[in-house]
Design a protein around this ligand. Structure first.
Ligand SMILES: [Zn+2]
Ligand SMILES: [Zn+2]
Length: 352
């Protein structure tokens, strides 16, 4: 019954204190998982040559950001309902990324019943990002080959590349090569995802642009142009940049309480903006934890709050999380000394 992200069910122990739906993973599983990827990582640490710029992507991204900046100037003239609505739509899209395509479809850190799968996909579509197979492959490769040429947004190539530059140029050959080694069978065999991918463009147009722009106009007679720029472009570009900041900021600025040997860090600001995805040093050590964090509570990890809510409804179950003892062991053995006690308040004390 118990499914883990890294080992067999016989190695799993269920920790009653963490709730009946949660699965606890042992250190042995973590070690095995790491070992299998280490040798492959070494293969990707080769020098990179300059990639070919895709000028159409550059133009598209620059124009999109120009339109979003124009949206800022429309803010003072927008109705307050439109601003609140745009913020909520950004949150829905954000949750679709964090709870949906990231924690569920990529990492399978919990199980979801069909209604929740559809809801997560719908929310994800609001964010207007890539197809689910593209997103999942990129992210699985990112975890497996972090900070190597096979990492699509390799943060060792600097802030700009890891934030948005990687979308403006051809992928490094290693990304495609290693991408083909990633197991995607759960995604390609999923009928719900297949349906979503088949009608992706239509769904994206509808949920990311047409509905968010039309609702303010129809519901509280917002000016059409204001709605296009505020609920449309500004909200969309905000969403994109928040997602990108997890790949850039949370790989550059912050502490490493769990593993100082890797580049991902804990970043409070990214966590606040991204609904709990900025505790990135933790996430790269325990990618199968449905909370993607040890600290933060619900306030700094609203994605976890919603997933717990859906667990309460019975729509999410088998939520995976490591034992506190394992987290402590890892932090003491490999952390930078900034970890001591998790108190779920959003801060960790200086230890060691
Ligand atoms: Zn990362
Ligand atoms: Zn991840």
């Amino acid at each position: 019954m118990i499914q883990t992200g890294a080992g067999t069910t016989t190695q799993a122990e269920t920790d009653a204190t963490l709730g009946k739906h949660r699965t606890v993973l042992t250190e042995d599983m973590v070690r095995k998982r790491k070992k299998s990827t280490m040798a492959e990582e070494e293969l990707s640490r080769l020098p990179y040559s300059k990639s070919k710029i895709i000028w159409s992507n550059v133009l598209y991204i620059v124009i999109l950001h120009g339109l979003a900046v124009r949206g800022l100037f429309y803010l003072p003239t927008a109705k307050y309902q439109t601003i609140i609505f745009a913020y909520i739509v950004a949150g829905i899209g954000g949750f679709g990324v964090t709870g949906g395509v990231h924690r569920y479809f990529t990492h399978r850190s919990f199980k979801a019943k069909i209604p929740l799968q559809i809801l997560l996909l719908a929310c994800y579509t609001v964010s207007g990002q890539n197809t689910v197979p593209d997103w999942v492959r990129d992210h699985r490769v990112h975890h497996k080959f972090s900070e190597t040429n096979a990492d699509p947004h390799n943060a060792s190539r600097g802030f700009f590349f890891s934030h948005v530059g990687w979308l403006m140029q051809r992928k490094h050959p290693e990304v495609s090569k290693r991408g083909r080694t990633v197991d995607m069978s759960d995604i390609t065999n999923d009928p719900v995802i297949r349906f979503h991918t088949k009608y992706f463009t239509l769904l994206k147009l509808l949920l990311c642009f047409i509905l968010p722009i039309a609702i303010p106009v129809l519901a509280w007679t917002e000016n059409f142009i204001v709605s296009v720029f505020v609920a449309g472009f500004l909200r969309y570009v905000y969403n994109l940049n928040v997602t990108w900041s997890v790949n850039s900021v949370a790989h550059i600025w912050g502490h490493k309480p769990y593993d100082k040997r890797i580049q991902p860090v804990q970043n409070l600001i990214v966590s606040v903006l991204s609904l709990g995805e900025g505790w990135h040093n933790y996430h790269h050590v325990f990618p199968w934890d449905y909370r993607a964090a040890e600290i933060g509570g619900y306030l700094l990890n609203t994605t976890t709050m919603w997933l717990d809510f859906f667990a309460g409804l019975g729509w999410a179950y088998d939520l995976k999380t490591p034992s506190e003892h394992l987290v402590q062991q890892v932090a003491v053995n490999h952390g930078d000394g900034s970890w001591q006690v998790s108190d779920n308040t959003g801060s960790y004390n200086t230890g060691k």
